[in-house]
Write a protein that binds this ligand. Structure first.
Ligand code: C5P
Length: 300
């Protein structure tokens, strides 16, 4: 799912976004987090990291996006420092991040970058750790980081860090809509109201296994959609625009929010229908917030 290659004296990593085809919140935990049951899917939209060794032990991050802090609180810097302290590494690194995955979108861009840092440094510093070791380190950095060592699809529980790879029989074609306005994960969880009954992910898993795309579309679910849409009405507006393309005879099989938002996605019948959905959505008169619309395919 991640691509890692040597480039000159350094290492380059391409690391994808994810969407959640299913997300149920099982309950609140004593540590303040929530237990989840979620099907995560890597999709072909990538951030790129370039890593170059430094002999002075410094960890330095540059980023082409001004809104992103490059200080010690950045998950990339924290990932590098975690490896250095855990394994007594003296080398440093200079990292250039080319950011494409939007922030506060529920696409786990920050977690993906952290996973890419662990994987890239594992090569650059010749540490020789296996994927489960890196995934366990990733779990210390954030709930979604471990997934990126196990994609393209996985059933994730616990905070999201208990990852069980799920075999995909076919590529999935999606349309992603990323509203300009973002959502903080913590505030969406805070706005969540306790639900009386839990939704099961089993129908989605069975539909994926059968390759029954229409049933996959019907089984898409996200418990965080309701609180996120209450906090941020453009999320609902864009999701409804996507869903409404089905009534135009376009092969939109379902539309849901990803993670804690604000991105929403549609599952398309195939790549041609995905293009039709983007065209239909592009024609919609301007709504409450502008958005980026793009076609993505599940990662290999
Ligand atoms: O783990 P991560 O840093 O991605 O989580 C961000 C915030 O989202 C947490 O501080 C917490 O408020 C909320 N969260 C949660 N339950 C989860 C994952 C995240 O409550 N399983």
């Amino acid at each position: 799912m991640m691509w890692i290659r040597r480039r000159g004296l350094g290492v380059q990593v391409w690391t994808p976004a994810k969407v959640n085809l299913f997300l149920e919140v099982m309950g609140r935990r004593p540590d303040g987090y929530h237990d989840l049951a979620t099907l995560m899917l890597g999709v072909g939209w990538y951030d790129t990291l370039e890593l170059l060794e430094r002999s002075d032990g410094e960890v330095i991050l540059h980023c082409d996006t001004a809104e992103l802090s490059t200080g010690p609180e950045n998950l990339i810097v924290r990932a590098a420092q975690l490896l250095r302290s855990r394994y007594g590494i003296l080398q440093g690194v200079e990292i250039r991040l080319f950011k494409r995955i939007p922030m506060q979108a529920g696409l786990a861009g920050g977690s993906s970058d952290a996973a890419a840092t662990l994987a890239g440094l594992n090569q650059l510093w010749r540490l020789g750790h296996d994927a489960p070791t890196l995934a366990a380190l990733g779990a210390e950095l954030g709930s979604d980081v471990s997934f990126f060592f196990h994609g393209p699809a996985a059933w994730c529980t616990g905070r999201g860090e208990i990852v069980q790879p799920f075999p995909l029989n076919q590529a999935l074609e999606l349309v992603l809509v990323c509203p300009q306005v973002g959502l903080s994960t913590a505030s969406v969880f805070r706005a969540l109201q306790r639900s009386r009954s839990l939704v099961s992910g089993q129908p989605l898993l069975e539909a994926l296994q059968r390759g029954d795309l229409a049933a996959v579309g019907r089984s898409l679910f996200n418990r965080l959609e309701e609180p996120a849409e209450r906090l941020c009405p453009p999320v609902r507006w864009w999701r409804e625009q996507l869903a409404a393309t089905a009534s135009l005879g376009i092969g939109c099989l379902g539309a849901r929010m990803s993670g804690s938002g604000s991105a929403v996605f549609a599952l398309a019948q195939d790549a041609a229908e995905a293009l039709q959905i983007t065209r239909a959505v592009a024609k919609v008169p301007a709504g409450p917030s502008t958005a980026r619309v793009l076609v993505v395919r599940s990662c290999d």
